[in-house]
Design a protein around this ligand. Sequence first.
Ligand code: 5AD
Ligand code: SF4
Length: 472
Amino acid sequence: MYIMIQSETVIGSQSDLKPNTKNGVIILMSQVYKVFLHTYGCQMNLYDGELVGSLLQSGGFQLISQPEEADVILINTCAVRDHAEQRVLGRLRTLGALKSRHPQLVIGVLGCMAQRLGEDLKKQVPTVDLVLGPDSYRSLSGLLKDQLSGHHGYLIGCSGNPQETYGDVLPTRREGISAFVAIMRGCDNFCSYCVVPYARGRERSRPPDEVLAEIQSAVEDGFTEVVLLGQNVNSYHWESTDFATLLIAIAAGVKDLRRLRFMTSHPRDLSDKLIEVMAEGGIVCPSLHLPAQSGSDRILELMNRGYTVSQYLTKVEKLRARVESLALSTDLMCGFPTESETEFEQTLNLMRTARFDDAFTFKYSPRPGTKAARLKDDVPEEVKIERLERMIAVTRALADESRSRMIGQKVEALLENVSPREASEWTGRTRCGRVILVPGAFRRGDIVNLQVEAVRGFSLWGQVNESQIQVE
Ligand code: 5AD
Ligand code: SF4
């Protein structure tokens, strides 16, 4: 089935084919298998999807966008809330029906849910052929080849390399102007509600030179903006380089990068040094995602977050005082076990005091294996729903106020696409990350100076006062 040249490497279930064929292995398959990959979840998972795409292409597979034509369908999953897992299970059952019409179809599950459930996933959805966790993707091509050549039944690989960073794999990025670059993987925080440390393993950082090289390569491929990713970027460290130092090194060492963002920051680890780097500006954008989770000290302690509300607010005050035009977003949860009405109202108060520009709000969802799952999930579902609705209402009001405050301000917009609603307008983002609509004809990647004149729904609207087409 396979012709292999220039190497004696045996293609087996654990074959470890690095991209760029560094080891000199070139593999020609008599048939090029088509893979459809769909990713759910957070930015880190999207980035992992891009790594998987690269590993598969190096392994001789072709990525396609139509599941009906695929030999292999891979679902890259999220496990952070039960709802996310239920969606994946529904999707897998639908794919099972497709498989009954195409028995040769290989169905694989990747990502956090694969790692969390392992064998149990096969029990729940027998049509699944392959289950692979986030640290095991180097074996994916080899395992798929085994599957496709009929050598193996069900395969599972969830005991990957706990130090894996895929440092030598250049992701196959989607078209656009903004590239994700992971600077670390895993998490050591063990917030009591969170499945991530179990699904993604212990924290590990990538060396700065590797990060800089990946960013430079993204810029050379036409990306203007880079978003650095990590579960807790503030605990990034490599020898004497901490996160703030890494930002300085990127700003100094990468040529032609226009904008640098990062996520996610843990409030406990956000340093004064980082605030000063953000205050300096330059390519570091004034947008920060700083999950607060709750406005109650007792609930924060139960969550094992490592800060109090007043410590959180002190950081917010420093940020607002030092970083001009900062857009601050957050994650908040309601209905954590034992949360009282008064404690929930403290979360609403925190939202107003911190004046969040945006917030992602969630109902607590117990995750098996976490510390919080041992507590009784005692806030009734209807109370959780009602609290969530109140958080959403406050979020909307704060976001509306935040956008209205921008009217009259001069901003710089990086233009991304023709507006889907109005062909004579382009959509872009301000440096603080807000969506802005701009009338006129432009090219993707143009950077223009604007005056914000109005708010249109969830977007700003502005006119060009001086345009500077980006120097290539
Ligand atoms: N239930 C509800 N929300 C959760 N999050 C993480 N774990 C849970 C859970 N078990 C939220 C947190 C986190 C965001 C990514 O998802 O707010 O910051
Ligand atoms: Fe989960 Fe906390 Fe780690 Fe974020 S910092 S991924 S909430 S354990």
